[in-house]
Write a protein of this length. Structure first.
Length: 319
């Protein structure tokens, strides 16, 4: 069984950057991911545009040139494929890590085989586990927690749960691509304050003219094949409905972190315990990188501000 200096769990941009920093330090490494390359980005909506400009998404000194200042999903996927090819990164894709045990070295057990490593970096992001509505009917096929394209919803009556950027993007795109009726079910009294500034006037005007119906201070309490039940203020409303798109956000896999021995903080964000300078967890040689470091606060770390995690980790390993 080959032993590596570093085993990286997660083939997203930050996992790739960790591998690049390992190469720069002549460390042997391996990247393992249960899905495809940049699996989280692959599952984003097809027409998604990043907040960040392309230069802030660059890794490995590979230029990222996009047609506009803010790159699209397809441009980002092409870019990170090019990074992986340029650096000839060692990737084991479609291989899920089941457990990690530590003796003299770390033993990484996957769905296919086992590996040994002196150090392990977990850079798995947060996109795999959606927040559930926890209501009757959520297991129906009409309920979806991921969105990629508006075409399946042409001519349909859909309800979108959420008030953030994802929910707003879905509402506007499905409305413009021919949905018969688009409704937004929003727990809060107004839209999220972090809505992209170039999108905010659009969604506000569509709601004002009632092209998109918005139910504020509301929640879905029951889903059936043909309808949804909404509790809004002190009354219940029944809406005819073909699909429910629950854009309720996602969370890190805390169960996996706990399983491998990483302690979870008692704060409201359930921040995994780690050294903010070295990124090392309570387990010596086991590190965290990227958005997972923020726990439930998934808007704390992005590609642009967590690229430095890779440098901090590899510097600490070298010492």
């Amino acid at each position: 069984m080959r032993k590596y200096d570093v085993c990286i769990i997660g083939a997203g941009p930050i996992g790739l950057n960790c591998a690049i920093e390992a190469i720069k330090s002549n460390l042997t490494y391996l990247i393992i991911d249960k899905g495809c390359l940049i699996n989280s980005l692959y599952n984003y909506p097809n027409n998604m545009t990043f907040f960040s400009t392309s230069d802030k998404l660059e890794i490995g000194n590979v230029p990222f040139i996009s047609h506009n200042s803010k790159p699209t999903k397809s441009e980002a996927m092409e870019y990170y494929r090019r990074v992986s090819s340029s650096w000839k990164l060692k990737l084991n894709l479609y291989e899920e890590v089941i457990d990690i045990k530590q003796n003299e070295n770390f033993k990484i057990m996957t769905s296919k085989r086992n590996y040994l490593a002196k150090n392990v970096i977990i850079a798995t992001g947060f996109y795999d586990l959606p927040y559930k509505l926890e209501i009757p009917g959520e297991d129906l096929k009409k309920v979806r927690h991921y969105y990629d394209d508006p075409h399946p919803y042409f001519g349909m009556k859909i309800a979108i749960v959420g008030a953030g950027n994802s929910a707003v993007d879905v509402a506007l795109e499905t409305f413009r691509k021919g949905c018969e009726e688009v409704s937004m079910i929003i727990r809060e009294p107004k839209l999220n304050s972090n809505i992209k500034y170039w999108v905010k006037p659009d969604i506000e005007n569509r709601i004002k003219e009632k092209s998109i119906k918005a139910y504020f201070n509301s929640r879905i309490t029951k889903i059936t094949d043909k309808k949804i039940e909404i509790k809004t203020r002190n009354k219940k409303i029944l809406l005819e409905n073909d699909f429910v798109l629950a854009m309720t956000g996602y969370q890190p896999n805390f169960n996996f972190l706990k399983k491998v021995g990483i302690k979870i903080g008692l704060d409201q964000n359930k921040t995994p315990i780690h050294n903010k300078k070295t990124m090392e967890t309570n387990i010596s040689g086991l590190y965290l990188a990227g958005v997972i470091c923020g726990g439930l606060k998934t808007n704390k770390w992005f590609i642009e501000n967590s690229r430095k995690h890779s440098i901090n980790i590899i510097n600490h390993i070298n010492k």
